[in-house]
Ligand binder design. Sequence first.
Ligand code: SAH
Length: 272
Amino acid sequence: MRKPVNPFGSVPAPDRRRTSGGVTSVAGFTPTNSNTRISPAVLSRPAPSSTPANPAANPGLSSDRLRQAMVQRLRAQGISDERVLDAMAAVPRHVFVDEALASRAYEDAALPIGHSQTISQPWVVARMIAAVCEDRTPARVLEVGAGCGYQAAVLAQLIREVHAIERIRGLFEMARTNLRALRLATRVRLIHGDGMVGLPSLAPFDAIVVAAAGLAIPQALLTQLAPGGRLIAPEGDTHQRLVLIERTGASSWKRTELEAVRFVPLRAGIQT
Ligand code: SAH
């Protein structure tokens, strides 16, 4: 059972962390499927120097400081939208990971959340939200692949209506618990379902953020995008790239390929 109490109570032993193929991982956790940008230089760097010697002494303050350091790192990595940086600063990421990993919550790494899935890397979350919000503020967003609910919580800081779908029941419940703990349960509408079919009854969406990689972006999602709306999704198998789609007309979409990334796979159907 995950315990949100005193998330900074445990400090990981140094050997808990290893790198493989340029991707940081936790012992026993496969480094593929890590919702991560492919960037060995960034991923293999040491933990931020602002990590306090004894984070357990004052968890609240420590997490605030670590989160500020995370935001500074995001700036240095090219995220410049202040709305997105404010949203990243507002959401306590440590609440969304297991207590044993909480002290690593503000590293720029994906972390396991159970069910062979991961919480997305902060840079990836910020990048995707910044891309769909550039020069606009979407009023209604659909997230496919809510996982533990972290990105949905960040989206809810700057978008009025957030709908988030998760196919694995255990994670859907975890997201619900986390969002309730942060009093965001009324701001985010969580659905246990198959996000590959989208949410036709609530379409169109001004923005769609897909947090798992398929070989191609599902057509259903493209058609549920409002004209002028934007969708971002990872695409590919072993080699993946973020793809930004803008709906330019009733039957026209503009496609732009962005950074190389690695996400968990998009799968059809639900898991109970
Ligand atoms: N948004 C999450 C990322 C979780 S990982 C975060 O904030 O960290 C991606 C998630 O997508 C996994 O939990 C996986 O179960 C889910 N997923 C994969 N295919 C899906 C589908 N067809 N519909 C809904 N969720 C899906």
